[in-house]
Design a binder for this molecule. Sequence first.
Ligand SMILES: Nc1ncnc2c1ncn2[C@@H]1O[C@H](COP(=O)(O)OP(=O)(O)O)[C@@H](O)[C@H]1O
Ligand SMILES: [Mg+2]
Length: 437
Amino acid sequence: MKDPMKEFDRIPVSKVRRASKFISTGAKIGTNYLKHYGKKLIDPETSREELHEDNAKDIYNSLSELKGSALKVAQMLSMDKNLLPSAYQQKFAMAQYSAPPLSYPLVVKTFQKHFGKGPDKIFDSFTHKAVNAASMGQVHLATLKDKKLAVKIQYPGVGESVRSDLAMIKPIALSMFNLNPAEYDEFIQEVEVRMMEETDYALELQRSITLSQQCKHIENIVFPGYYTQFSSPQVLTMDWLEGKPLGEFLKHEFTATIGSKLGQAMWDFYHFQMHKLKAVHADPHPGNFIITNDNKLGIIDFGCVKVIPDAFYTTYFQLLDDDILTDEKKLDRVFRQLSFIHESDTPKEKAFFKGVFSRLVELLGRPFRTQTFDFSDKAYFDSLYKFGEELTKMKELRNSKKARGVRDAVYINRTYFGLYSILHDLKATVRTGDTRQ
Ligand SMILES: Nc1ncnc2c1ncn2[C@@H]1O[C@H](COP(=O)(O)OP(=O)(O)O)[C@@H](O)[C@H]1O
Ligand SMILES: [Mg+2]
């Protein structure tokens, strides 16, 4: 383990501590508003920007201490709403849930509950300490005959703690992110469902088996085999993938050929799922990919899968049609269906949001409009970040009391966000033009 944390031999979730953390975050943000209005009395020029910065710092500081599912909600919110300055968003994106590891006796207890015997009676060898942290549990290395296995074990009580975290964060999130309840509900229902699903390793097992089977023909991709007989709602056993985690791989030199080969594999994997399976591994971050010793893309962690409803699919991907930015009627219809604009908007609002989202569609859709796309293009990513920064500062967006966007898009957007940043890090040139065939 990276952190020299003490092992826990009790359930490592404390509602009380977490609840008090929320309350103090709320209080701190309240104080910033007071400070703001106090200053304003003296100096009417004090900008909301300053307040925003102060709050961003407090949100980041408090929530990064908080960890767990609440942090994840905050991460998702800040990404979805573009509410944190990008420096903080990046910090947020890196923040990891890190509960102290479970002691071996608790691991044994979990095994006994699910399999009627301890891991030493099931495997030939089993590490007493975790070899990797997982977001809601930990991973042990086991062997059986000539096989190396990864055994992911969930912390006991995680399901309940996710549920209570989500219930607690609502009032705070409403004030913190300046949302109205309708908008929050639109967003949170989606996040809640995905996060509750993530606590169910039996579902993850089933999805891992199905999706890896369906994608196994894709070139340069490797999946571990899964072991139903050694899995349960809280234990997931699969082949150990030998190689370097993508984050580690990226720190070392690699050739342009290898970068593009891995990038293409990743692109093909995501688009086969989007367009053919309409179910997507929705967590593309470097921890979920392992580069094998022969430079293939190993894919793990189907804990977060977004199933794409047909109606949403049809609407969303019209954003990539060639005529979307020139056919005014079509743009209007699609933007309305995706709630970028609303019937009840004033003409001024409509024009404003149409402008903003058209720019977004043009920018994000650019890789799809050419036969190949060079994701190492620094100028392209600079313009993406710059636009993101601009969105953060847009008061019309921040003050809009209506949801701009629909819940089905939350995880699809996040998936593209992750995919693009990994392709950029791989400096990959990818064949993108034939994506939807
Ligand atoms: N099959 C495997 N082979 C090698 N390492 C693995 C394997 N499964 C998990 N790991 C390691 O454990 C970490 C956590 O596993 P993961 O399934 O991603 O958990 P979580 O769903 O909590 O993100 C991974 O980032 C990886 O480093
Ligand atoms: Mg993972």
